[in-house]
Design a protein around this ligand. Structure first.
Ligand SMILES: C[S@@+](CC[C@H](N)C(=O)[O-])C[C@H]1O[C@@H](n2cnc3c(N)ncnc32)[C@H](O)[C@@H]1O
Length: 249
């Protein structure tokens, strides 16, 4: 059976609806992976409930050490010789994630400082203000630009702007793209397509895979919008490309 349930091409972006474990073996080599896999929390705070209706729960967000391990194994042969991997993780899940990513050279565990914290347990715990991003490479290569520190400060978006419960700021992903000369960037857990939007802004090619149709549709809309904007800014006028393939084609 074809693992690609639907495929949409928008400018330099190839968006695929399907399970990444099944789809990944069908794609070719990539220069970088920037991904934010399911953390396995599948929870929502009272505060967020007021923001993201009808549900802030992430469909399919199950804690899945075997899934992450299998995805990393399937990714291994797809990475170019000097590929970079950025893999988001909850700080308290690093004990599970780091061994999985040690198949590559782990260079940094970056703290993404979100500027504010999730509500969580208000009385007995410290507010969680940062998330981890593990930066690993297949082999070392100089970063683009001047040396930076391992704390990235990019404020979380306003609650009202969320179209996915764990959406990341485009500026954060754009910054990461800009530190590498990678041409083709992959996000096997695309969600609402933030990595794709960043790739369009930074003029990179992108492959995104998402298994939930509702998030896939949101990603298509956001990336199409970003591509239209990009086309309007270019000194020449490329035709916005939007091609769709479904299982029926
Ligand atoms: C943490 S979210 C990514 C959010 C994204 N960074 C954004 O800004 O919107 C992880 C996504 O992975 C998707 N997912 C989970 N398992 C998957 C699988 N096996 N294949 C493809 N996508 C999957 C979930 O549906 C969810 O949308």
């Amino acid at each position: 059976m074809n693992p690609i349930q639907r495929e949409v091409t928008i400018g330099p972006c190839r968006l695929i609806l399907g399970d990444c474990l099944e789809v990944l073996p069908t794609i070719g080599k990539v220069d970088a992976v920037i991904t934010d896999p399911p953390y396995g929390n599948n929870y929502s705070t009272e505060r967020r409930l007021g923001i993201y209706r009808p549900s802030t729960r992430i469909t399919g967000d199950i804690l899945s050490e075997p899934l992450l391990n299998d995805v990393a194994a399937v990714l291994e042969p797809l990475l170019n010789d000097v590929a970079a991997v950025y893999w988001f993780a909850a700080p308290d899940r690093l004990d599970m994630v780091l061994p999985i990513l040690k198949r590559w050279q782990v260079i940094n565990v970056i703290a993404w400082d979100k500027g504010n914290c999730t509500a969580g347990d208000l009385e007995c715990s410290y507010g969680k203000q940062w998330e981890a991003i593990v930066f690993a490479v297949t082999s070392k290569a100089p970063l683009v630009g001047s040396r930076d520190r391992d704390i990235f400060r990019f404020p979380r978006m306003n609650g009202a702007d969320y179209v996915h419960p764990t959406q990341k700021p485009v500026e954060l992903i754009e910054y990461i793209c800009g530190r590498h000369s990678a041409n083709l960037i992959l996000d096997p857990f695309m969600g609402s397509g933030t990595t794709g939007v960043a790739c369009i802004r930074k003029e990179r090619q992108f492959i995104g895979i998402e298994k939930e149709p509702k998030y896939f549709d949101i990603a298509v809309k956001r990336i199409e919008q970003a591509w239209r904007l990009k086309c309007s800014e270019l000194p020449f006028e490329p035709e916005p490309v939007l091609k769709q393939k479904t299982l029926c084609d």
